[in-house]
Design a protein around this ligand. Structure first.
Ligand code: ATP
Ligand code: MG
Length: 503
């Protein structure tokens, strides 16, 4: 038996000299470098006593060496467990206690504090900084590069990735070698990625988008990427003439549109722009197409499943939809109450089956059982519909559904109407406890700077557009919507801020 994921990666590199990573300052790492460095790191991890199946928790800045560490874990059979760099020590305590890693890798300045905490769980601590320097790379330097990869079957764990925590406490999703590989191969085909592609990578690498979608797809294509510590529109635009592909969250596209340098010339060498992790506004899609001639390709995925659906490469990329199920993936819409499969255009729970679907939540067998149907579909928690042309639409999260006076209100439907009003940038519709209705439909609206809309005007404009029970009871104006690092609107924060609105 080989190493399911890494054997495929190894076979995809076109040559030792092919570029894998380039940084903004022009430093380069070839596929040969990646092989040697990940081999040395795998030897170092092994020497530290990490055995196949052991977790390696990693909270480090984004850097080429951090990706080498990911590859080293895959090769040594360890379970890679990346953590958001924003997590505090208290949060780290939860993750380390929950995952019980054998090894924790953190930035050198965090070492002393993390060591105190890790000791309680019997974990060792090593360090790695943004420049690739630290105690772990010191150890690796002394090790041989020709590491013999641990045997790993398709069903063995490659990673535990914690969900973003948008709707509650983060859960650890157990992802197997084949979950990752099957998805990377499906995306490579679907998006036509080849060794000639050069990807702009400005996403964090502790999340499924930047780590698995961006990095694994690059690796199994033998392609290269510009690895940037963060998204800076000016820098991205100056790299575009050298790139062919970009993957971003919707806010990347919104911010590029605000930059006067975005035009057809700037994107002349670009082949494809991809968006995901949060809904892309139709208006963003249209403006981007007008300015650049490119229809952004929107796709849909989640930590637990990798990618599920994607707009087509050749066919129509329809704004406001997330396209079709990927090859090998089945998507169906179920009645949330009865579980019965619904017809086209009917809204219900999105359920997913395929080689991309995770093995379960780490140490949460009951939660895992509750999130799968009897016929083994994963209950995504997202509400949506499949239209008559087969395009999947996401209407919102089950937890964001508003129930007012006994009626179900899908926030997206109300948001779409509000967003179309002159002077509105965007909106978020939430349910807030209401003494008469159970929940009151409540709109939080962000206005353009010169807009003169007030609450009365918004409500008046919606009167003929929405059934009465869907109309907001109140409209609250805000400077901006609260978002996490992946650009997801944090409706839980809004619900919390406004919880006394109708008292
Ligand atoms: P948690 O599960 O901890 O509450 P989370 O669901 O935000 O957090 P992720 O797994 O990072 O954590 O995000 C997956 C979710 O992101 C999906 O379930 C979906 O709601 C949303 N999402 C991803 N892509 C899109 C998209 N293209 N359009 C709309 N929503 C999307
Ligand atoms: Mg989720």
């Amino acid at each position: 038996m080989g190493n399911h994921l890494f054997d495929a990666i190894r076979a995809s590199a076109t040559s030792e000299d092919a570029i894998f990573i380039e940084t903004a300052s022009g430093e380069r790492w070839t596929y040969g470098d990646a092989l040697r460095l990940s081999g040395q790191l795998a030897s170092a991890i092994d020497a530290l006593g990490v055995r196949p199946g052991d977790r390696v928790a990693v909270q480090v800045e984004k850097s080429p060496m951090a990706l080498m560490l990911y590859l080293a874990c895959v090769r040594s059979g360890a379970v890679y467990l990346p953590l958001n760099t924003a997590y505090t020590l208290v949060e780290l305590d939860y993750f380390i206690g929950d995952a019980e890693p054998r090894l924790v890798v953190v930035s050198p300045k965090a070492r002393t504090e993390v060591e105190k905490l890790a000791q309680r769980y019997g974990a060792i601590v090593e360090t790695l900084d943004a420049d690739g320097v630290g105690s772990l790379t010191d150890l690796a330097r002394e090790e041989p590069a020709d590491f013999i990869d641990a045997a790993r079957a398709p069903d063995d764990l490659a990673a535990i990735l914690y969900t973003s925590g948008t709707t509650g406490r983060s859960k650890g999703a157990m992802l197997t070698h084949d979950n990752l590989l099957s998805n990377a191969l499906a995306l490579r085909e679907y998006w036509r990625v080849t060794a000639a592609d050069r990807l702009i990578h400005a996403l964090p690498i502790f999340h499924t988008h930047g780590l698995f979608v961006a990095t694994n797809v690059t690796l199994v294509s033998g392609a290269s990427m510009f690895l940037l510590p963060k998204f800076e529109p000016g820098e991205i635009l100056s790299l575009m003439p050298k790139a062919t592909l970009m993957m971003g969250v919707p806010t990347f596209y919104v911010r590029l549109l605000q930059h006067e340098g975005l035009n057809r010339d700037a994107v002349a060498s670009m082949r494809l722009f991809i968006s995901g992790s949060a809904p892309l506004l139709t208006e963003t899609h249209i403006s981007f197409q007008q300015r650049t001639g490119h229809a952004i390709l929107e796709r849909y995925g989640m930590t637990e499943t990798n990618m599920n659906t994607s707009n087509p490469y050749d066919g129509e990329r329809r704004a406001g939809t997330v396209g079709f199920p990927l090859p090998g993936v089945t998507v169906r819409i179920a009645d949330p109450a009865t579980g019965a499969t619904l017809s086209p255009d009917e809204t219900g729970m999105i359920e997913i089956k395929g080689p991309n679907v995770f093995k379960g939540y780490w140490r949460m067998p009951e939660k895992t059982a509750a999130e799968f149907t009897q016929d083994r579909y994963f209950i995504s928690g997202d509400l949506g519909k499949i239209d008559r042309d087969g395009y999947v639409h996401i209407v919102g999260r089950g937890k964001d559904l508003v129930i007012s006076g006994g009626y179900n209100i899908y926030p997206k439907e109300v948001e779409n109407e509000i967003d179309q009003l002159d002077g509105v940038v965007e909106s978020a519709v939430i349910g807030v406890a209401h003494p008469d209705f159970g929940e009151g439909v409540t709109a939080v609206v962000v206005l353009q700077r010169d807009a003169t809309l007030d609450e009365k005007a918004v409500l008046a404009a919606l009167q003929d557009r929405l059934a009465r029970y869907k109309q907001p009871k109140r409209v609250i104006f805000a400077e901006e919507l609260p978002r996490n690092t992946m650009g997801k609107v944090q409706k839980n924060l809004l619900r919390d801020q406004l919880k006394d609105l109708y008292e």
